[in-house]
Design a protein. Structure first.
Length: 312
């Protein structure tokens, strides 16, 4: 299959490209500037990708993708974190909601039939019961990031219904792995733990340690997107989740233990976030039943890989 990956130079995008190439697909990567510097991709992988420019805030840039000879699309490009979206909610909406709407419209109107996986987030569920969320649960986003993603879902699915394009929405729950930036909780904790080790500090300032979250391996997540591209049903929404949560405080303790650093977390009121959802775990039953996917990598293995990657 010829597959377009938007945001192909991002953390998840590079792992997605690698998984697609390994599976024998040809890949076009859409990125700002048109051709990124090599990152996690090997030089051979980087050169195997056809790179094209994309700026989701620029309608002409989005519309230019309509004529690409691709059969599948994994749409990852986005303002991809609550922190970034919170700094400029209007920009997050312009990119995540309006940009996704225009992108799906353009691709659905293209010359070939296309299967499009739009990547959203489990954060669209917002606050709720302390149980795994199901796709049938109400969507109650509680942040600019989550609300812009919920709007992207609505726009993408509506465009699919109207055009006949096979549009599917993936709702991934939090995930990590080698290459993730310190904007996200696991690498941020690890970075602070390493700093404490270097400076001899006995405590590390943290935000709220009580929330419970999924934490998947990015390689499992991109495997789910690939299976949805191949087997997902048009017009459907799928959780990408393990079905098990971990308290943020326990995540800190596991990272410190794996890194071999004796340090204590010290909650700091200035780091607390009002939009934190107390419990956010997903039910993977639907994607497992329809594609056979499940989260295969144990969390400690993922954390070891993260520790090893930051050490080199």
């Amino acid at each position: 299959m010829k597959v377009l990956v938007t945001g192909a130079d991002g953390f998840v995008g590079q792992w997605m490209v690698r998984a697609l190439l390994a599976a024998g697909h040809s890949v076009t990567g859409a990125v700002k500037g048109g051709r990124p510097a090599p990152g996690r991709l090997e030089a051979e992988e980087h050169s195997a990708v056809t790179w094209v420019p994309l700026d989701l805030a620029d309608p002409a840039s989005v519309d230019a993708l309509a004529g690409l000879p691709v059969e599948g699309v994994v749409h990852l490009a986005a303002v991809a974190s609550s922190v970034e979206a919170g700094r400029d909610p209007a920009h997050a909406w312009a990119v995540n909601a309006a940009g996704t709407a225009r992108l799906v419209e353009a691709l659905a109107a293209g010359p070939t039939a296309r299967r499009i996986v739009v990547v959203s987030t489990g954060e669209v569920y917002g606050p709720g019961e302390a149980r795994p969320r199901r796709e049938t649960d109400p969507v109650k986003p509680g942040s600019p990031y989550a609300s812009s993603k919920a709007a992207a879902e609505i726009a993408a699915l509506e465009a699919g219904r109207r055009s006949g394009a096979a549009v599917m929405v993936a709702r991934p729950f939090p995930h990590t792995g080698p290459g993730q930036t310190t904007t996200y909780v696991a690498p941020a904790f690890l970075d602070r733990i390493r700093f404490a080790q270097r400076t001899g500090a006995v405590a590390v300032k943290t935000g709220n340690l009580d929330p419970v979250r999924e934490l998947l391996d990015v390689r499992d997540v991109v495997a789910a997107y690939l299976l949805l591209l191949e087997r997902g049903r048009a017009g459907e929404v799928y959780n990408v989740a393990r079905g098990e949560g971990i308290a943020i405080g326990e995540l800190f303790e596991r990272l410190a233990r794996i890194a071999g650093v004796r340090v204590l977390p010290e909650p700091d009121p200035s780091l607390l976030r009002a939009t934190d959802v107390p419990h956010l775990v997903g039910d993977p039953a639907k994607i497992t039943a329809e594609t056979g996917w499940h989260a295969a990598r144990p969390l400690d293995d993922t954390l070891r890989d993260l520790v090893d990657a930051q050490a080199h």
